[in-house]
Design a protein around this ligand. Sequence first.
Ligand code: MG
Length: 264
Amino acid sequence: MSRRFARLEDASGRRSWVELDGGAAFVLDAAPWLGGKRTSGRLEHVDADGCGPNHRRIAPVEPSKIVCVGRNYRDHAAEMKSDVPAEPLLFLKPPSALLGPDGAIVLPGASERVEHEVELALVIGRRVRHADPERAAAAIFGATIAADVTARDLQRKDGQWTRAKGFDTFCPVGPVVVEHLDTAALRIQCAVGGVARQDGNTADMVFPPAALVAYASGVMTLEPGDLLLTGTPAGVGPLVVGDRMTLTIAGIGSMELAVIGSHG
Ligand code: MG
């Protein structure tokens, strides 16, 4: 069975990488993709999604960059009234946009239309540059769930996407990273207030994970821990204050995020 990793923060603010196994969380001495090994530290009563009584879960990643891909599912490209690109369409989100699985998405005052995009996220396991798809596949440590939260009005207004995609909290990730997950055909879903919005399958990606990692590695060196978001299926829609958004990918789990206002 694939190993499952989370990152937990205790009441004193101490953060730990952990491996989840048999109802316990085993503390590691480093991030798993940096060769982290189990220490003597162990937390009891922690479930397979990392939930437990004495900590909160934070994003189980620490990327130097978050590489994203636009319009990588035909049905989403169609709903955006665009074609699928001939090559992967890359953009970046800043690591400051990361949000843990127990967090709240903050809607910025600058936008009137913030939308959800559920995405499979790949975690890079080793430094990779100019890789072919085979080497790229071997460089993928595992996978997790992410949302590419997007201020759709600002995306259209600005012409490029840094602001629309880059607000703090616009990249929820979690709840766990699953090592060596076969991502070829996984059901991927987003619900808001319990109502299904997105329901796709990773088999419908235009460019599959290894091709995306290979392509990105031809542009920028990918480092261990870097995150690559693989695009969203159809069904994107608005988030408003008070919503609860549930993101689910088969084989990984699910996370439910609150949506709050900025008061600013
Ligand atoms: Mg996206």
